[in-house]
Design a protein around this ligand. Structure first.
Ligand code: MEV
Length: 414
């Protein structure tokens, strides 16, 4: 090839161009330790450096075999601190919550929020059945009566979807509904398939069923097939939590309890009327949610996508939580989000840390896990709003952050 003088992989070189080429043909065929060596070399990371320096992690918990099973082109692991949030009392039961996160003060804030909620009896939760939704998009080639065709064939389509899904049916899952709508702007008939995936997150299951159903649907409605994929806006798979904080528990040096209640409600109203504040408010909620989703081996991108889209369902991005003052003057909070998490299958089953995290949580089923997760989101938001509405967050945050700063200063000196 003209001009191509590279060997199979860039050799160690001082040339940044060679070091940082991202073209690595054949990389995926190598063994994991070879890949790791190449990347260490390209990034000029000395593998003998101590573990406090740059490192692709060790394989003590997530071994090379698992890395290779989970992803392609694996070279190592990215370690995150794993901690335990305390004080959670959910539906009358104490729960220790594993959280994997790098941000200072998240664990402390979650535990503090849970402590406040505990004084009012803890979190009360509920959830829907774990029903995920898939979408089948088709471009019909003829002007047919789709309503009639699909209504007449709904039962048959459900039976077709269930064919080969004996294990899902035995666990009590399966297709619950088939719905559709025509979108004129894109000349598409979109069919929604609601599937109870039981304790699995169920993305693969939903996609498999959609692809299978699409073939039968194409026989009923001559069409060009579009996409077949689950939606992360799984608004039939909802988890809810609420809590009450007695006003006395909120007093501090600057403000009385009733004043803090008012100030927290006002902070909520700020988020409800200003999208810039709503975004940060919700970032704080996700500070609680993501670390539990990650620690249990679940797909936090799916959860993030669903949570933000749901917050926009009115057309205006809204806070994920709601805070109000009740008749006694106490603070009451609520959260309701789509929560597609599983406790069996995929990474949740294979990742040793996810397994340990689920065990610590008392081996919940998918619905119970979803309810714990939204409770943590509510606690996290409570703690942030309490601080923001009184002394500000920097005092607590910076005192916890001191360790990071000290270590960074020591590194600078060396
Ligand atoms: C920081 O990670 C999260 C907060 O900004 C959330 C909020 O403002 O509500 C403190």
């Amino acid at each position: 090839m003209t001009g191509d003088t590279s060997t199979h992989f860039p050799q160690r070189s001082d040339s940044p161009a060679l070091r940082f080429s991202s073209r690595l043909p054949g990389f995926y065929e190598l063994g994991i330790s070879q890949r790791r060596e190449i990347i260490q070399d390209m990034a000029q990371i000395d593998p003998k450096q101590s573990s406090t320096s740059e490192s692709f992690g060790d394989f003590s918990t997530l071994n090379a075999e698992l890395v290779n099973v989970f992803i392609e082109n694996g070279i190592g692991t990215m370690a995150l601190p794993l901690g335990v949030a305390t004080n959670f009392h959910i539906n009358g039961r104490d729960v220790l919550v594993p959280m994997a996160v790098e941000e200072t003060s998240v664990l402390a804030a979650a535990s503090h929020g849970a402590k406040l909620a505990r004084l009012g009896g803890g979190f009360i939760t509920s959830s829907t059945a774990p029903i995920g939704t898939g979408q089948i998009q088709l471009y019909p080639l003829k002007d047919l009566d789709y309503d009639k065709i699909l209504t007449e064939h709904t039962e048959e389509l459900i039976a077709h979807a269930h064919d080969g899904q004996q294990r899902l049916l035995a666990r009590g899952g399966g297709v619950r509904d088939i719905r559709w709508r025509f979108i004129d702007a894109i000349s598409s008939l979109v069919i929604y398939v609601d599937i109870d995936t039981r304790d699995a997150m169920g993305a693969n299951l939903i996609n498999t069923i959609c692809e299978k159903l699409s073939k039968r649907i194409a026989e009923l409605i001559p069409c060009e097939m579009g996409l077949r994929i689950l939606t992360n806006l799984c608004d039939k798979r909802m988890a809810r939590a609420r809590c009450r904080v007695p006003k006395e528990a909120l007093s501090n040096q600057e403000f009385s309890g009733p004043e803090v209640v008012e100030r927290i409600v006002n902070a909520y109203l700020f988020a409800a009327h200003d999208v810039y504040r709503a975004t940060t408010h919700n970032k704080g909620v996700m500070n609680g949610i993501d670390p539990v989703v990650i620690a249990t081996g679940n797909d936090w991108r799916a959860v993030e996508a669903g949570a933000h889209a749901y917050s926009c369902r009115s057309g205006v991005y809204q806070p994920m939580t709601h805070w109000s003052k009740n008749a006694e003057g106490d603070l009451e909070g609520e959260i309701e989000l789509p929560m597609a998490v599983g406790t069996v299958g995929g990474v949740t089953t294979l990742h040793p840390t996810a397994q340990a995290a689920l065990k610590l949580l008392g081996s919940p089923n998918a619905q119970a896990l979803a309810e714990i997760i939204v409770s943590v989101g509510l606690a996290q938001n409570l703690s942030a709003l309490r601080a923001l509405a009184s002394e500000g967050i920097q005092r607590g945050h910076m005192s916890l952050h001191e360790g990071n700063l000290r270590l960074a200063a020591q590194r600078d000196r060396h």
